[in-house]
Design a protein around this ligand. Structure first.
Ligand SMILES: Cc1ncc(COP(=O)(O)O)c(C=O)c1O
Length: 388
């Protein structure tokens, strides 16, 4: 079945009992069992897939997890409280004293902070690799996980996933990937060889900027350590968030096509403006970055970054404040357009662009793209004094 059909028909069985199209929102802490054999049976399936106790989820959670596993073309899914908690669960369950993690450079800022502030202090060694590094040379006997984010946050570099997975596979090292940008519509992590895929479902999967959620997918075998970690550390997500994400999932394919169309229009227009020094967006990039995007993705999402020509702080402030159709906020993936100054904490920008505070990350929402361009054009007038 095509993904559009799946998104409509998956995750509805529990709605039948309520004679409704949608699965009911089931909230509970206590699960009441019919009898002792039902109680015992609840312990026979993997945790987070069977009614047991509220912490391990309700039918609403299970509907979302099953749907997500199906559209990611894998066996299993675990929902967590937010994207970062999903990342923390995957990294932590493969970390520990004497273990080594290989992590792609430019990962989402809080992922890097977690590695630096928590994992290394607990004795995990971490090596970051860039697009030009040969992963094979960085793998150590004690490497327990390779973790990639594609494209990298803010600077949007691509990594050769198939090559990384091939090298990891030879040594039986699992590969995890933050797949949030590509969404299940434009990116198929498991068919490229990724073992554990992570989505900050807070973004496009929910799509309406009204809840936080993380989703981790993979085979039972590959996500077993993550499942145990989530169980032992008391990971839980409210069924309300799962219900909202299920509603978001129904329209994911149509929303993504619209985000793609508008973002291409706005990013292309911006790339031709004299105020813009550089644009970081895989479809508008060149060389390896472009060819890897073409090869590994079937489309492109709404966030991209621009580098402005140098300008005074006040001009920059007036530019940001001059945008009326873009909310000033750090997220993305909702229906609304957003803008944020990309600060070095997020990006290792010190290496790439010395002129901090001149990187701007946009997210193109579902507004009319011409109106978005006109809005940016007005705000750009605040930069006109120094951009040439
Ligand atoms: C690529 C990426 N991964 C993960 C996250 C974290 O998701 P959450 O905000 O749900 O914790 C974000 C949030 O911006 C992100 O951009």
């Amino acid at each position: 079945m095509q993904i559009e059909t799946l998104l409509t028909h998956l995750a509805r069985p529990s709605g039948e009992h309520a004679d409704s199209v949608n699965p009911p929102l089931v909230r509970t802490s206590t699960v009441i069992f019919r009898d002792l054999s039902a109680f015992k049976k609840s312990y026979s399936n993997p945790i987070f897939e069977e009614l047991r106790y509220g912490r391990s989820g309700t039918t609403t959670t299970f509907e979302l997890q099953k749907a997500m596993a199906a559209i990611e073309n894998t066996e299993s899914c675990i929902a967590t409280g937010c994207g970062l908690s999903a990342i923390v669960a995957v990294l932590s369950s493969h970390a520990g004293p004497g273990r080594h993690l290989l992590i792609s450079e430019g990962v989402y800022g809080p992922t890097k902070t977690f590695c630096e502030k928590e994992l290394t202090s607990l004795g995990t060694n971490i090596t970051y690799f860039g697009t030009n590094d040969n992963v094979k040379d960085l793998i150590k006997p004690e490497t327990s996980l390779i973790y990639i984010e594609v494209p990298s946050s803010i600077t949007m570099e691509m990594f050769d996933i198939e090559m990384v997975c091939r090298e990891a596979n030879k040594r039986q090292i699992p590969v995890a990937c933050d797949s949030t940008w590509g969404t299940p519509i434009f990116f198929k992590p498991h068919s490229l060889g990724i073992d554990i895929s992570i989505h900050a479902a807070t973004k496009y999967i929910n799509g309406h900027s009204d809840t936080m959620l993380g989703l981790i997918t993979g085979s039972y075998e590959k996500i077993d350590p993550v499942r145990n970690w989530c169980d032992r550390y008391g990971s839980h997500v409210a069924p309300d968030s799962c219900w909202l994400a299920l509603r978001g999932l129904r329209t994911l394919a149509v929303r993504m096509r619209q985000h793609q169309k508008s973002t291409l229009a706005v990013a292309t227009w911006l790339s031709e403006r004299p105020e813009i020094k550089n644009i970081f967006y895989p479809p508008l990039s060149t060389g390896n970055n472009y060819s890897l995007w073409r090869k590994q993705f079937s489309g492109c999402a709404g966030p991209f970054t621009v580098e402005l020509h140098s300008c005074e702080e006040l001009e920059f402030e007036n530019f940001i404040n001059g945008l009326t159709l873009f909310g000033l906020g750090t997220s993305w993936g909702g229906f609304e357009s957003l803008v944020m100054p990309a600060i070095p904490h997020h990006l290792r920008a010190e290496k790439i662009m010395p002129n901090e505070r001149r990187l701007v990350r946009f997210h193109i929402g579902l507004e009319d793209s011409e109106e978005l361009c006109s809005d940016i054009a007005v705000a750009l007038k605040n930069l006109n004094r120094t951009n040439n």
